[in-house]
Design a protein around this ligand. Structure first.
Ligand SMILES: Cc1ncc(COP(=O)(O)O)c(C=O)c1O
Length: 480
């Protein structure tokens, strides 16, 4: 069994095994003609269930054959131009190479003595990101597992910085289309769901600052304590960016922590054309960025950044066996002192490889392309009488609904849109997402693939219309 341990003696086995795996994936990517096969849960479950984990195959080739059957064949492929659903990006090759290196070396970024250079690489990337945001010389941060954890950590720091001895009085303000991790964080932080005050959005799905000002004032008048305002720079559904400068003003006026959830919009930090859309982000106390959304990085790759490095102390605990207090005096850089995690992947390496091979402009160019594609898609939708489209995109999402001329019942239109999404998924021809707007069912394209063309968008709109029409036709038959 020792032949399976990766070490100097097994370097050749490592090389051939990994190459075999890479060959399979490369072949798969080259021949995948649809983003999904449409496999059902019922069809796939018995194939996975049939595998006896206590009877190993022992041989890499055999295991890869088996993997083909239970995973690779039917996986949902984000690199395909007609995968248009969630906030998943196709990944850049330098980052995938980074992933291979980091799992083989397997550094853990909690302490210097488990990482060495990895720690410095992560720190340099954090400084690079805070520099791009403009958070100032005292800024710092740490890589996390994703936007959910970054938001949680930011709100933890905000809670600790808030001036109250009564957590029940704390209030967080976020727009009605902010990410659900804000409410989840409030719950995890012991604040409860009522701690999150939902602020309405305007027609463009941006937080209404007049309403925010009113709520902040109401909070203060009511003897409650405003703990944080969460501004979203790139809402999950609409890609809308809240008015950051105005929100920053209100936060300064009320002495509230400003958190910017830029999990999605962070790609603009590298943009050559649209960086100005993030103006105001530099005034944040904390920022969430998800490189695994708009920097074309494999999952996971995210960070939480703070304007004042000292605030990260709220996540610091010392353990004698790991990061004793004296190491701080000795200036030993232990990233665990800033993190909610202990053992932690060297995800930063993927971004490092990306920046060193492609440069930030390379990433920005790709992100600009998908934003431009969304603008094209919006024109298509706005000109198409079959569809109602919600807002002109700021980033790369389009939310729309099929509206047949002959049908006026909104519930029936809901069902037609729901059916179309399901039927499309089952066909595997394309994958789109769905959401609700004003209580009605809408469909959503999240465009993160520069290989997707306006022709793809037009073709998928035709497919959706075809499925919806089929549903409505069958529905008429059922009624008659
Ligand atoms: C605006 C926003 N914030 C946070 C998150 C959560 O990020 P993650 O899925 O990486 O935890 C998302 C995910 O879609 C998001 O869109």
């Amino acid at each position: 069994m020792r032949s399976h341990l990766l070490n100097g003696l097994t370097a050749e086995h490592y090389r051939s095994s990994v190459t075999e795996g890479v060959e399979r994936v490369a072949a798969k990517l080259a021949t995948t003609d649809r983003p999904f096969t449409g496999v059902t849960v019922d069809a796939l479950t018995p194939r996975v269930d049939a595998i006896d984990l206590d009877r190993p195959l022992g041989d890499t080739a055999a295991v890869l054959d088996e993997l083909e059957d239970v995973y690779l064949k039917d996986a949902v492929y984000f690199h395909h131009p007609r995968y248009l659903a969630h906030l998943n990006c196709p990944v850049v090759i330098p980052a995938v190479l980074g992933e291979a290196v980091l799992s083989a070396v397997n550094s853990s970024l909690d302490t210097w003595d488990q990482s060495a250079g990895g720690t410095l690489i992560e720190r340099k990337l954090i400084d690079w990101t805070t520099g791009r945001i403009g958070l100032g010389p005292a800024a710092d941060g740490v890589f996390t597992s994703g936007g959910t954890q970054s938001n949680l950590q930011a709100l933890l720091l905000a809670r600790e910085e808030a001036k109250t001895d009564s957590p029940a009085k704390l209030r967080i303000f976020a727009s009605e289309v902010s990410h659900f991790s804000v409410k989840k964080s409030a719950k995890l932080l012991g604040l409860g769901q009522e701690a999150v005050v939902t602020v309405p959005v305007d027609h463009d799905k941006r937080l209404q600052t007049v309403a925010l000002a009113r709520e902040l004032e109401r909070c203060r008048q009511g003897g409650l304590v405003p703990m944080a305002v969460v501004a979203t720079a790139g809402t999950t559904d609409f890609g809308s960016i809240d008015p950051l400068p105005e929100i920053a003003e209100l936060c300064a006026q009320y002495g509230v922590w400003m958190h910017v959830d830029a999990a999605y919009g962070c790609g603009l930090l590298a943009s050559l054309k649209h960086r100005d859309r993030l103006t105001g982000i530099e005034r944040a106390d904390s920022v969430t960025v998800d490189y695994h959304k708009s920097f074309f990085q494999p999952v996971s790759s995210s960070a939480v950044l703070v304007k004042d490095a000292a605030t990260l102390r709220h996540a610091t605990y010392h353990a004698e066996y790991l990061n004793p207090r004296r190491m701080v005096q000795e200036r030993i850089p232990n990233q665990v002192d800033k993190s909610l995690q202990t053992t932690r992947r060297f995800d930063a390496l993927k971004l490092w490889m990306t920046l060193r091979v492609m440069g930030a402009d390379g990433i920005g160019e790709l992100f600009d392309e998908v934003c431009d594609l969304a603008a094209e898609g919006w024109k298509l939708l706005a000109a198409d009488p079959r569809y109602d489209v919600v807002v002109e995109p700021t980033l790369s999402t389009l939310v729309f609904r099929y509206i047949p001329a002959a049908v006026t019942d909104p519930a029936e239109i809901d069902r037609a849109n729901l059916y179309a999404r399901k039927a499309l998924f089952a066909s595997g021809d394309a994958v789109v997402a769905g959401t609700k707007v004003g209580g009605r069912h809408y469909l959503k394209f999240t465009l993160l693939n520069p290989e997707t063309t306006p022709a793809d968008i037009a073709a998928v709109l035709d497919l959706i219309a075809g499925h919806a029409e089929q549903y409505l036709g069958e529905s008429l038959d059922r009624a008659s």
